[in-house]
Design a protein around this ligand. Structure first.
Ligand code: SAH
Length: 338
């Protein structure tokens, strides 16, 4: 959106525009904090409202249709601005940034970041590389520490919509994949409801990549042929614990550090063997990656003793012990590639 060199905050603005371009132009003007927005789609209708307006806004390409109105406005000293709703339409792209390592960002994600005007990031994913990936963009950190929400989800959506309404390409960079416990769909819904074009770039989710970085395959032929990914943000319910305990396969818990004791004790109570191998993988794929191995009965105590902290992926199942069976040389090369 170009042409609005006048500070429109607090003004009464008359938008004279054909219906096709009026919606986007109006959204832009509202984002400029105008006090009152008057709208007319015909020259006659607009003329009737001109006397009440501080500024007249016209759209590029419609100057002929509204030429008499423009002349009248200038004659009475009302500034005229021209908007180009077609050239820089705001949009939102949700980008899955992968687990944290720069190389695990997709090519599409990198291209989108390179074209961003504004990036909303948080503490997960490759946020620390943004000065490389999006040097031209304004970075807004809306990171949340568990339990200490810096910016509410509602506020994040509000800010994203506001930036996009100003004609910006807004990128919401998320750890892993936007649709895996990432509130991605809520953000798609709010953009759609506001009439703002939105798209999603998938990312490598930590539920697979973080165990893999520690040498743990979430499935392995002959060992397990299923894996369940579950959020441990809230304590698992009895029924979920019972179902998980009998389902077989690998259990991968995200956001599970705060409820680890409850989860481990519940799964044991519901019949999962005490010697089931487990692993906690912290800060996977980053320079501070660390793995703590245990069994179901020792998991909570082992994590406590090691001082395990978020972000961490908890793996419960036979696959968690597989890297321990590799010889030392193989283990070292795994670590080197993590
Ligand atoms: N959308 C993300 C998950 C968001 S929920 C994804 O697809 O990966 C946040 C949780 O993801 C964290 O609490 C942690 O369990 C996990 N997580 C994300 N990145 C991680 C990393 N690099 N290392 C360990 N856990 C990670």
């Amino acid at each position: 959106m170009i042409g609005a060199k006048v500070d429109l905050a607090g003004c009464t603005v008359l938008l004279a525009a054909a219906p096709g371009s009026a919606t986007r132009a109006a959204r832009y003007l509202q984002a400029q904090c105008v006090d009152t927005l008057l709208q007319a789609s015909t020259p006659l209708g607009a003329l009737a409202l001109l006397g009440q307006s501080d500024v007249l806004a016209l759209c590029t390409g419609q100057s002929l249709k509204f030429s008499a109105l423009r002349r009248q406005a200038l004659a009475q000293g009302t500034p005229v601005i021209e908007l180009d709703p077609g050239t820089a339409e705001g949009r939102i792209t949700l980008v899955g940034g992968g687990p944290g390592a720069l190389e695990l960002l997709t090519l599409r994600a990198a291209a989108v970041l390179a074209s961003a005007d504004v990036v909303f990031c948080d503490r997960l994913g490759p946020g620390e590389f943004l000065d490389q990936l999006a040097p031209q963009a304004r970075i807004i950190d809306v990171g949340k520490q568990p339990g200490h929400h810096k910016v509410t989800q509602e506020r994040i959506e509000e800010l994203m919509l506001r930036e996009a309404s100003r004609g910006n390409h807004v990128v919401r960079l998320k750890g892993g994949d936007p649709y895996v416990f990432g509130r991605g769909f809520e953000e798609v819904e709010s953009a759609t409801a506001a009439g703002i074009p939105v798209s999603v770039v998938p990312g490598l989710s930590s539920c697979i990549t973080v165990p893999a970085a520690a040498g743990i395959p979430v499935t392995a032929r002959g060992v397990t042929r299923a894996f369940t990914v579950i959020s441990g943000h809230d304590p698992l319910e009895e029924q979920q614990l019972a179902q998980l305990a009998v389902l077989g396969g690998t259990i991968v818990v995200l956001m599970g550090m705060g409820t680890l004791e409850h989860t481990a004790a519940g799964l044991r109570r519901r019949g999962l063997p005490a010697d089931t191998p487990c692993a906690v993988v912290e800060s996977g794929t980053t320079g501070t990656q660390r793995t703590t191995h245990a069994t179901l009965s020792t998991l909570a105590a082992a994590a406590r003793a090691a001082g395990c902290a978020n972000p961490a992926v908890i793996v419960i199942g036979q696959v968690a012990a597989l890297p321990l069976g590799l010889d030392a040389a193989q283990q070292m090369s795994l670590e080197a590639t993590a």
